[in-house]
Each structure stands twice: as structure tokens, then as C-alpha cells.
Design a protein around this ligand. Structure first.
Ligand SMILES: Nc1nc2c(c(=O)[nH]1)N[C@H]1C(S)=C(S)[C@@H](COP(=O)(O)OP(=O)(O)OC[C@H]3O[C@@H](n4cnc5c(=O)[nH]c(N)nc54)[C@H](O)[C@@H]3O)O[C@H]1N2
Ligand SMILES: Nc1nc2c(c(=O)[nH]1)N[C@H]1C(S)=C(S)[C@@H](COP(=O)(O)OP(=O)(O)OC[C@H]3O[C@@H](n4cnc5c(=O)[nH]c(N)nc54)[C@H](O)[C@@H]3O)O[C@H]1N2
Ligand code: SF4
Ligand SMILES: [Mo]
Length: 737
């Protein structure tokens, strides 16, 4: 035995834990937490161990597939690229670039190759039809943060190691390990907060794992967060509790906010929220009274029709109580690489806008370069000029992850051509004419592009591949460059490395002008995402500026720190005004788009709430739709159950362990019931990402216990009109045994 120890950042969720992986030859011997890791200090969850299953999964694709007579057959890379070249460019010539669409999913956020090269494919296609899982997830938070602070990834983060009060709304970090907030071992940090006399408060329609450890938990009617938050803001004004604190000189719009929330008294919203007016008032008072306090809200508050407004009001609360940009309150990370809020002129910028173009069928506005992914099916199945006929998917499974999966599946069958870059033959990729596999995560290098911008502590960590890639298999950035070249008519023969060199030189020219040649020379030993990363680190806020600051960071230094757990860049620090990128150079507390949307909420407040609604759920042993094929995670109790409150069970005649039909108009799914007082009465919870019983897939373990597809029940027409985000929570249903 010759065992080797590797240190590798886990690419599976946003906690980005450092792992210690022991290998023997080409076998994984063990996976555990890396104690020295500067961010995660040895913490891991059960999914990390499943990286071994993922690496060894016989169902994971290692060679391309081409669909011949309805069956996916193995093909060489040359054959696969030749098939794409034969079919895609002629379609574009005949029908134009908007007849193509591209959709990218969650794993791309965890892959530097996909994240930094996907844009090259999207630009080569030149289509308006760019979709991603962001509009099933965090787009409302990004839009609200963008409007307030000037950039899409300038998200305020709780300073968990110093706060005394943390209010968590619509998030369950004990299961999810945190989101839009990279905070490995949330539980340990929350316990430390409680041990120093602080409090954790959870607001959620389910008494979740996080709620169970909290000092207080309040149920809320799904979708009512905008009302709760507006009433809390109202209370701050009404009871003279507004105090802007350290951010005061840079905040504008307080008076407009005061006027906008005037109608939202605690009494006016109490019934809609399912919360007592006194509870709402007390929450606002406690927040204002506590010097170090933070409100954190996540997916439960985003995946609703007022997702952007709710996300905005969270930071309005943080600001009006003086907690924005303060120690123990909400702070902004200062990332070593890739952050727009560390680039260009400090303190002001272009800000963000939406609606540079619109979806053909629904007219939904573009947001952050994308259209809502819930528009994808109708763009394919609605005839007319600009109808989508060709689709490229990259690491996404919208047949399970996006509302009205069955409609989308039917639409995908009508495409003239579909390519998927994916590691499985699953519910979505089974529709593809060509599937191009990505590497196993253990064969790929790793540096997180997005999550250091959202981390509880500043850091820079790089991990090299644990195993060599199989001979002949391209890295995903190379595949993306080849696809881009085919689309541009440069042919399937184009060499990815040569393309990369040419494009890098062009980019360097644009970015560095007279210094371009020096930058190219200094990075000549690197290629692909490594080269881009070196440039980003060196020109970043801690960088060596290509030798001008010899003590500064570069890729070589970050790589050298791999075995010792990466480079710690310290606790988050106040960053206003330097991090702002709004045109005004201020924190925009009252963006007109959001004031306007509050009027819509005010009208909706008059409408009665539905008496039975559905929400989602996450479990620590799952990850969206694609980890149900891994034996380590799949074993144990069945997780795709519908949680039903005892009163609702009785009302609808439903038995423990029985099967229910859940209906939403013509849509329905059947699920196994678990009766649980964890649920708020009138709310049913079913996890998403299940429904592995569709024909034509290769997911043998997942198919043994397929579960129900929550998204077969949800409506693709329900969106937050501002961000385009899908409504996944609080949708009215009926239930029968
Ligand atoms: N009802 C409901 N629906 C939801 C949610 C919800 O809470 N409720 N949550 C939403 C959220 S937050 C998200 S982020 C989306 C996720 O939506 P998606 O991104 O569409 O779904 P995933 O299940 O993450 O699918 C990931 C895909 O990437 C593939 N993959 C995995 N690793 C790699 C890799 O290294 N390379 C490549 N090329 N492919 C890879 C997998 O095989 C799978 O096909 O789901 C959303 N859907
Ligand atoms: N184990 C595991 N970890 C994951 C994932 C996974 O699938 N499994 N997915 C990853 C992804 S892609 C993401 S985006 C993150 C998400 O991370 P989180 O945001 O923490 O997601 P959830 O665990 O779904 O928690 C959302 C909570 O919102 C509650 N909720 C639902 N509707 C409402 C509402 O209207 N109002 C309020 N206040 N609460 C509501 C739900 O009951 C649930 O407890 O998790 C990531 N981590
Ligand atoms: S919490 Fe997330 S990043 Fe950490 S080990 Fe688990 S899956 Fe990996
Ligand atoms: Mo997500």
C-alpha cells in the first residue's frame, strides 16, 4: 500500500469545506475533514464521504453519448463533436441565433472551469435565451443587493462570530449548510453564539432542525415574509427606533421607505402572516435594542412572488437598526479574486439594471443577463419567429428542478437538437442528442469563484486534482471552448488550448492595454482557469500586482498553502463606502422598483390566503436532484415524504404512511405521508429533486426509490415579476387520500 494524502475543497455545497482525502493508487481510501482548513476547521457533512461513491459510480458517464434511433450509444469525443458540428451550425444559419437556448445549473457555481468559461459559450451563441438555476433560487437576493449596494454579488452577511442576535428567515442551514452565506459548521457557530448569551430566532413554516435548536421559533404563512418584514420596518418608524449607525452618512431613501411601509401595521399583516401583532412588534424592538444583531434570510423568502421585495426589506431592517456594515451585524466579504466590488474605482459604479431585453413569449425582463428558467418550456413549445429549436444544457436538470417539469420534458422532445454537458444520463439529459461528460470532481482542480465573496471569513484556497483525468477526456472549460468554436463556425477540429491562448491574449489586451504583453509573459506557464485565476489573484485586493507588491498573493502562493489549509485573510471588516458600486455612491434604501412592488403587496394583503399550501424541504443527505444515485446517501429512511400537520391529515382523511394525491389544477403528484406537528397547520412540505421513475435514464440506485417530483405539481407561470424567480413556496394545493 502506498497511501497518499490530498487536500481538496468539497464542491458539493456552498459551505466549501476543506477535505482530507486518502488514496491508494486510483482508489479512495477515506475522506474526512481537514482540521487545518482555515475556513472549515475540520467540519464536514455526510455528503463529503459520498464523493467516493460519485467518483466510482458505474452510472456516471465517462464517455460521450450520441442518440441513435432513440437510444444513447457510446461515442468517441471526435464523433460527438462532429455530430454537433454537423447539426448545430446549420440550424443557427437557418433560424438565427435566438433559435438557440442555453441553460446552466447549480454545479457550475462550484466549478471554476464552468463558471469562468460558460460565458464564452453564451457569447458565441449570442442568444437572448440564457437560463440558469439562479431563477429557481437566489436571483431576488442578487437583484435586491444589486439595487442597494451596486453589484449582484455584494451580499451582506451576518457576522456570526461576533453577533448577539441572529434572526434566520426561510433558511435551514442545519440541513443545507448555508446558502448565499458560506458558513461551514453553522451549528457549531450558532451554539457558540448561544453560549456567549446570544440568541438565535427562526421564522419558518416548519419547525426545522435549525428551529429546533433556536431560542425562539415562529411559524409564518408561506409567502407572507414581505408583510412581516414591512410591518417590522413600520414598527421601527412608528416607535422611533430608527438609528442608522455607522453606515448613516452613506444611506439615502429613509423617508421614502417610511412612507412606503406606512400601510403595513402589525395589526394589518398579522392574520396573513399567521403571527400575532405583538410578536411582530417585539421582534422589531428586540432587533433595534440589540447592539450586535443580524437578520439572514434565504431561499424560503426568495422563491415567492415578492422574493425581491422580501430580500430588500431584510437589508432595510438591518440598515435601519444600525447593523449594516458593523461588527456583529452584517458585513461584506472582501474576496481575493473575481469580486466586482473590489475592482475599478472604489465607492461608486454603474449599479445594476434589468430589462435590457425580454423573453419572446412572456415578455419577462432580462435580469443579470438571464431570462427566467420557467420561460424555457414556453420558448420551445410556442410557435413563431424566434422559437427555440436547439438547446445546450450545462450541469442542469430542469425536468426535476424547475416548475412544470412534465411540460418541459414534452417540449425537449420537440427540439431539433439538444446537447448536454453533464455527468449523468438523467431526467433532462435523456432528451439530448449528444451528451458530453464532465470530469469527476476528484479529477478536477478547484478554486471557488463565487463563495469567497459570500464567506463568513476571508480566505483564499486552491486544490489541485486528486486523480489524473482519464486519457483523452477534456476538462469542461475545454469542452465549452470547443462548443463555442463550433458555434462560431471555426469547426470541430479547433484546438481548445490554442483557442484559449488566443482569447487570453485578446482579453489581456483589453484589460491591461500597454501592460498586456507583460501579463501574458508572466502567466505563460499556465492555461485555462488556472491562468485566469492567477491574473484575478494578482490584480485582486491582496494581490502582488505582478511584482509591484512582492508580499501580495498569486496563484503559486495560494497553491503552496494547500496542505496547510489555505490562506486566512481574516475576519470580515466594515467596507462601506469603499465597496459600494451604486451610481450615487450611496446605499440605496429605496429603489423605485421596490417601492412600486410594495404597492402590489399592499393590494394583495386584502386577498384571503389559501387554506392549504405546499413548501419544499432539504435533507442533509441529499443535494437537489442529482445525489440520489450514491449508495452512501441513498440508504436509510425514505426522505421524499409529504409532511402533513395532524389537523390537515384529519381534515383530508389522510393516514400516516399512506399515499396522498396532491393537486394544483390539472397537475398532480402522489407522495407518501408522514404526519408531523413540525408543520404549521395548512402547510404541506415535500422535498424537490425527486421523481427518478422516468424512462431512458441511467440512475440505477435512484430508480429503486424514485420519490415524487414536487415540480410536477408547481406552475411555471408563477414568478416574482422583478427578478423572474420561480414561485416554489406557498402554492395552493388540495390533498386527498
Ligand atoms: N420545488 C423546488 N424546486 C427547486 C428548489 C426548491 O427549493 N424547490 N431549489 C432550486 C434550487 S435552489 C436550485 S440551485 C435548483 C438546482 O437546479 P439544477 O441545477 O437544474 O439541478 P441539480 O439537481 O443541481 O442538477 C445538477 C445537474 O448537474 C449535473 N452535474 C453534477 N455535477 C456535474 C459536473 O461536475 N459537471 C457537469 N457538467 N454536470 C454535473 C447533474 O448530473 C445534474 O444533471 O433547483 C431548484 N429547484
Ligand atoms: N443537504 C442539502 N444541502 C443543500 C441543498 C440540498 O438540496 N441538500 N441545496 C443547496 C442549494 S442549491 C441551496 S440554494 C441551499 C438553500 O439553503 P436554504 O435556504 O437553507 O434552504 P432550505 O433548507 O430549503 O431552507 C428553506 C427554509 O424555508 C422555509 N420556507 C419555505 N417557504 C417559506 C416562506 O414562505 N417563508 C419562510 N420564512 N420560510 C419558508 C422552509 O420550510 C425551509 O426550512 O441549500 C444548498 N444546500
Ligand atoms: S457541508 Fe457541503 S461543502 Fe461541507 S462537506 Fe458537506 S456537502 Fe461538502
Ligand atoms: Mo440553489
Amino acid at each position: 500500500m502506498t497511501e497518499t494524502i490530498h487536500h481538496r475543497i468539497c464542491p458539493l455545497c456552498e459551505a466549501c469545506c476543506g477535505l482530507e482525502i486518502k488514496t491508494d493508487g486510483d482508489k479512495v481510501v477515506s475522506i474526512r475533514g481537514h482540521e487545518a482548513d482555515v475556513l472549515s476547521r475540520g467540519y464536514i457533512c455526510p455528503k463529503a464521504v459520498a464523493l467516493k461513491d460519485l467518483h466510482e459510480d458505474p452510472d456516471r458517464l465517462r464517455t460521450p453519448r450520441i442518440k441513435r434511433n432513440g437510444v444513447h450509444v457510446e461515442a468517441t469525443w471526435e464523433e460527438a463533436f462532429a455530430e454537433i458540428e454537423a447539426r448545430l451550425p446549420p440550424l443557427i444559419s437557418a433560424h438565427g441565433r435566438h433559435a438557440t437556448a442555453v441553460a446552466v445549473g447549480n454545479p457550475s457555481a462550484h466549478k471554476i472551469g464552468l463558471l469562468t468559461y460558460f460565458g464564452k459559450l453564451a457569447r458565441a451563441l449570442g442568444t437572448r435565451n440564457v437560463f440558469s438555476a439562479s431563477t429557481l433560487d437566489q436571483m431576488p437576493k442578487q437583484l435586491a443587493s444589486g439595487l442597494m449596494f451596486g453589484h449582484w454579488l455584494s451580499v451582506a452577511l451576518p457576522d456570526i462570530s461576533r453577533t448577539e442576535l441572529l434572526v434566520v428567515i426561510g433558511a435551514n442551514p442545519l440541513a443545507s449548510n448555508g446558502s448565499m452565506w458560506t458558513v461551514p459548521d453553522f451549528k457549531g457557530k450558532a451554539k457558540a453564539l448561544q453560549a456567549r448569551g446570544g440568541q438565535l430566532i427562526v421564522i419558518d413554516p416548519r419547525r426545522t432542525e435549525t428551529a429546533a435548536m433556536a431560542d425562539a421559533h415562529h411559524f409564518i404563512r408561506p409567502g407572507a415574509d414581505v408583510f412581516l418584514l414591512a410591518a417590522m420596518v413600520h414598527t421601527l418608524f412608528a416607535d422611533n427606533l430608527v438609528s442608522l449607525g455607522r453606515a448613516a452618512p452613506w444611506v439615502q431613501g429613509t423617508d421614502e421607505v417610511r412612507a412606503a411601509v406606512a400601510p403595513f401595521t402589525p395589526e394589518a399583516v398579522a392574520e396573513r402572516c399567521g403571527m400575532a401583532a405583538v410578536t411582530i412588534r417585539n421582534l422589531a424592538h428586540q432587533l433595534a435594542r440589540t447592539p450586535r444583531a443580524a437578520v439572514y434570510a434565504r431561499i424560503g423568502t426568495c422563491t415567492q412572488t415578492y422574493g425581491t421585495a422580501a430580500s430588500w426589506l431584510v437589508d432595510v431592517l438591518n440598515t435601519l437598526t444600525g447593523h449594516l456594515d458593523t461588527e456583529g451585524g452584517m458585513l461584506f466579504a472582501k474576496s481575493a479574486a473575481f469580486a466586482t466590488n473590489t475592482a475599478g474605482k472604489p465607492g461608486t459604479g454603474k449599479g445594476v439594471s434589468t430589462g435590457r431585453h425580454h423573453a419572446r413569449v412572456s415578455g419577462a425582463p432580462e435580469v443579470y443577463g438571464e431570462l427566467p428558467i420557467t420561460c424555457l418550456a414556453e420558448e420551445i413549445d410556442t410557435p413563431g419567429e424566434g422559437q427555440v429549436r436547439a438547446l445546450i444544457t450545462v450541469a442542469t436538470n430542469p425536468v426535476l428542478s424547475s416548475p412544470d417539469g412534465p411540460r418541459l420534458a414534452a417540449a425537449l422532445d420537440t427540439l431539433d437538437f439538444m446537447v448536454s454537458l453533464d455527468i449523468y444520463l438523467n431526467e433532462t439529459t435523456r432528451h439530448a442528442d449528444v451528451i458530453l461528460p464532465g470530469l469527476s470532481p476528484l479529477e478536477d482542480l478547484h478554486y471557488d469563484v463565487a463563495f469567497p465573496q459570500l464567506s463568513w471569513r476571508n480566505h483564499a484556497r486552491y486544490s489541485p486534482p486528486v486523480f489524473d483525468a482519464p486519457p483523452g477526456q477534456p476538462e469542461e472549460w475545454q469542452t465549452l471552448l470547443k462548443l463555442a468554436a463550433i458555434v462560431r463556425g471555426e469547426g470541430a477540429q479547433a484546438d481548445a488550448n490554442a483557442l484559449d491562448d488566443t482569447q487570453f491574449e485578446e482579453d489581456a489586451q483589453r484589460m491591461f492595454g500597454p501592460h498586456a504583453a507583460a501579463v501574458v509573459a508572466a502567466t505563460r506557464h499556465l492555461r485555462g482557469p488556472q491562468r485566469g485565476l492567477d491574473v484575478a489573484l494578482r490584480t485582486g485586493p491582496y494581490g502582488d500586482q505582478f511584482g509591484q507588491k512582492p508580499d501580495g498573493l498569486n496563484l503559486a502562493k495560494v497553491m503552496a498553502a494547500n496542505a496547510t489549509g489555505g490562506i486566512d485573510l481574516g475576519e470580515l471588516q466594515p467596507r462601506i463606502p469603499e465597496m459600494l458600486r451604486t451610481p450615487s455612491g450611496k446605499v440605496e434604501l429605496a429603489p423605485p422598483l421596490l417601492l412600486q412592488d410594495l404597492k402590489r403587496a399592499e393590494q394583495a394583503l386584502q386577498q384571503p390566503a389559501p387554506d392549504l399550501v405546499i413548501i419544499g424541504r432539504r435533507d442533509v443527505r441529499t443535494n437537489n436532484s442529482w445525489m440520489h444515485n450514491l449508495p452512501t446517501l441513498a440508504k436509510g429512511p425514505f426522505r421524499c415524504t409529504a409532511l402533513v400537520h395532524p389537523h390537515d391529515a384529519q381534515r383530508c382523511g389522510v393516514q400516516e404512511g399512506g399515499t396522498v394525491t396532491l393537486r394544483n389544477g390539472h397537475r398532480s403528484v402522489q407522495a407518501q405521508v408522514h404526519i408531523s406537528a413540525e408543520m404549521m397547520p395548512g402547510v404541506v412540505s415535500l422535498p424537490h429533486g425527486w421523481g427518478h421513475d422516468l424512462p431512458g435514464t441511467q440512475l440505477r440506485v435512484a430508480a429503486e426509490r424514485p420519490g415524487a417530483n414536487l415540480n410536477a405539481l408547481l406552475d411555471d407561470q408563477l414568478r416574482d415579476p422583478l427578478s423572474g424567480n420561480a414561485v416554489l413556496s406557498g402554492v395552493a394545493i388540495s390533498m386527498e387520500a
